[in-house]
Design a protein around this ligand. Sequence first.
Ligand SMILES: Cc1cc2nc3c(=O)[nH]c(=O)nc-3n(C[C@H](O)[C@H](O)[C@H](O)COP(=O)(O)OP(=O)(O)OC[C@H]3O[C@@H](n4cnc5c(N)ncnc54)[C@H](O)[C@@H]3O)c2cc1C
Length: 460
Amino acid sequence: MADILNSLIEIMGERGVSNNPEEIWFYGRDPGVLPPSPPDFVVAPKTTEQVQKVVQMANREKIPIVPMGNGMSLTGLVIPLKGGIVMDMKRMDRILEVNEKARYAVVEGGTSQGMLKAYLQDNYPHLRHSLPHAPPVTTIAANVSLHGQGRLTHQYGFNSDMVSGLEVVLPTGDICKIGSPSLGPYWFSKGPTLPDLSGLFLGWLGTTGIFTKVGLKLYPNKKMRDVELFVTDRVELVSDIIYKLTHLEMLEDITAWFQPKPLIFKDNYHINIYFTGDTEEEIEFKRKMVWDTLQEYIDAKDGGFMGVEYMKPGLLEMPGRGVAAFADVPRGGGFEYSGPITLIEHFPQYAAKVVEMAAKYDVIYASAARIISGGHSMMFSISFAFNRADQAMMDRVKSALDESTEFALEMGGIPWKPNHMEQKMTMKKMDPNTLKLLQMVKKNLDPQGIMNPGNWDLAQ
Ligand SMILES: Cc1cc2nc3c(=O)[nH]c(=O)nc-3n(C[C@H](O)[C@H](O)[C@H](O)COP(=O)(O)OP(=O)(O)OC[C@H]3O[C@@H](n4cnc5c(N)ncnc54)[C@H](O)[C@@H]3O)c2cc1C
């Protein structure tokens, strides 16, 4: 251990590495419900070369290495299940380039969502990226590594679909560029028309390499945004309402949510409909299209628009803070969610399951489905809040989440940012030849099994 510490200090300098108990304690846990597991060392690189050298050393010595952004993914993805090194990427936070006309940015592997948002606001206010509702300190590289979703996911797909190039340090230490940057200085495409190698890394939760640079597509930031809130008490109509709204092909984002508290929301299903425009005329035209589309439900007395003037600032906030506020409903500020990707037509079954789980495990729920890629699927979040000081409540939330994942798999859904146990459940259900293919990829990329071991554990 002393030799390894010395090697790390040689690469990182004294200030870039630690095995102090305070740090080890901190880096061994995340804000979700899974138990902690301490690393042996924490490193915080500033350069790609440092990342490379640490990885080369870890590969040589067969030491686990866990890339970490801000550790807010909630499902234990940066808890070092097998000890070793946590690599905190936050000091690699430079915004390297914005190509205004080609609408992309290139950022380092620890750049936070908030930093890019602020930089664009200050320098390119007509451009934006797909912000998740996660706290602004969370990182862009981590988000695409777990196929995150954000405000523009309804229009353009997962945030990982918006990647426009990658620089990856492979588990062997080789530095590899993916997409157009492998051919020249431009970062406009991660794949087409080359074979799309980004799939070897995106969604792998840091188990096949460490992103040191990410190219990210930017999109027009229209001058105005607005929101309408449609409410129905008939859950069986929600999928149909969403289908009609997606058919308009003009909305920024659609989320459908329900929660029992405060009482004003109980027993109703709420659909937030976001739209943008550069002029009042564009906004009012879109509003009218939304109203006209949903008029039939109003005529049938199946729903109506809710006045949202007083809620608008909160609804339009980016990132929204509603989720974090929910975490404090039982006091003690904890929440965790399972968010399977699934068909929109399954909304009623998922909604019934959430209510069933909350009653069975005596926990508080809130659910919000975000529509992906114009309606091909949704991320259905099954969120439970808990008091961090109440271990029994945390255990009940964990059981409820496990059961929700089993249900999602039974329903043909795909777990999102699954914890290591949910990954095992997923691999068990998977077509055996697909699993074999995953095993081949992982074995070839990471022959020593050092990258975030315990996650996508394909060696079994
Ligand atoms: C209140 C709240 C709201 C949220 N809302 C959303 C939301 O709307 N949309 C959404 O997508 N998520 C959401 N999340 C979940 C999560 O916070 C985000 O997905 C966030 O992007 C995770 O970033 P992080 O830096 O904290 O990731 P971490 O937890 O640090 O890492 C996540 C994964 O990425 C890997 N990783 C980290 N850095 C790298 C790298 N440089 N190279 C390779 N792999 C790496 C890690 O090993 C890990 O597997 C929310 C979380 C909270 C607490």
